[in-house]
Design a protein. Sequence first.
Length: 454
Amino acid sequence: MNTNKLTLGFAALLMLCGGANAIAQTKPAIKPNVIVIYTDDQGTLDLNIYGAKDLTTPNLDRLARSGTRFSNFYAASPICSPSRASLLSGRYPQRAGLVDNAAGAYGGGGMPGSQFTMAEMFKAGGYNTAHIGKWHIGYNPETMPNQQGFNYSFGFMGGCIDSYSHFYYWGGPNRHDLWRNGTEIWEAGHYFPDMMVDEAGKFMASNKSKPFFMYFAINMPHYPLQGEKKWLDHYKNLPIPRRFYAASISTMDEKIGLLLKKLDALGLTKNTIVVFQADQGHSEEERAFGGGGYAGPYRGSKFSVFEGGVKVPAFISWPGHIAANAIRSQFAANIDWYPTLAEYCGIKLPERKLDGVSLVPVIASPSAPTTHPVFYWQSLGSKEDPQWAVREGDWKLLHNPIQSKKEELDANKFMLINLKRDSSEKVNEAANNPEIVEKLKAKYQTWIKEVYEQ
């Protein structure tokens, strides 16, 4: 059943039977605006509402409660560029043509221009489109935002910048990286998160009377962890690195709150879909002071296909159309936003292979089946010995996982986990379940050959 065409009578019945978890998902009279907020290196549970009780995140907690949040949501990659490419293409990174991090200097490539991005889909559907913030999906004319479907673009093209000078300092030579619509601009001394909110506000105001799609890719809590002083003072009793990380999270929360306040001031909140998601798990790099993120019981972080590297906070809000304060436990992934938003907005999907599946039925019902009975990851490692994982139901088979210990793996570098029994991924059950190892290995081998087909 198409949930956008539920009759009012049936919708009323749903409300009576499902309470807060059921709501009419009627087709709006005018097309809704869409904002996708994508954060950077945020830990699996790093919001107060997700369990990080030492954090102050009132704005994102409020946004999460205004809609439906996921408890088993995943990124298709544990590193920045492939995660973003998969989000914007609705495809696994391999099919999107970007499996490693994109270039960090002008002239370098990234996701091929032949991909049909979410922005191009919205543009074809009559939307004005904007990229605000981090890009990191390509750094040449073919792969920069204006050539990937965005009418307007403001931000940086590489992996990170200093928020005040807008230079990249991590591996010389130092590079300035701030752009507006493909032209380099200089705004030294202006705090980049504030600039993002300002640019986003202007874009929304100029498109108040017509539908818009905005990809708001905030560069936090990614290093250099430049949270504002008020938050550093707020967390002064937390140990380092948690103190610096927490200040960055709360600064991010405050800036997103200002964005939502502007949306409300423009009278656009009720007709705007807001999606929130982290790109992958938290960083434990030296440049991030060795960690600071919180994944609770989940093992791993950025770069790893353990749960802490790919499981992320995610939720969607659309007042009056999507249930408020609802939780969905079905497996879902970032590649699913592409067809989900297309369905909600009544936009035709491109005639090409998508790996994402619409979450509209899942959002409508806690008993709907998962969009992905089987899901795959392949990232980093070497060509001969890659890191990969495949999950089917409660079983997850990992090969050569980053952040594992040699003695944890079998002779073929496999680790078989039953996530229902062992969510912390400590017990390798491969020796006792060789048939499951072989079945999941065969599924992966079939997938990795197929996924490179366009």
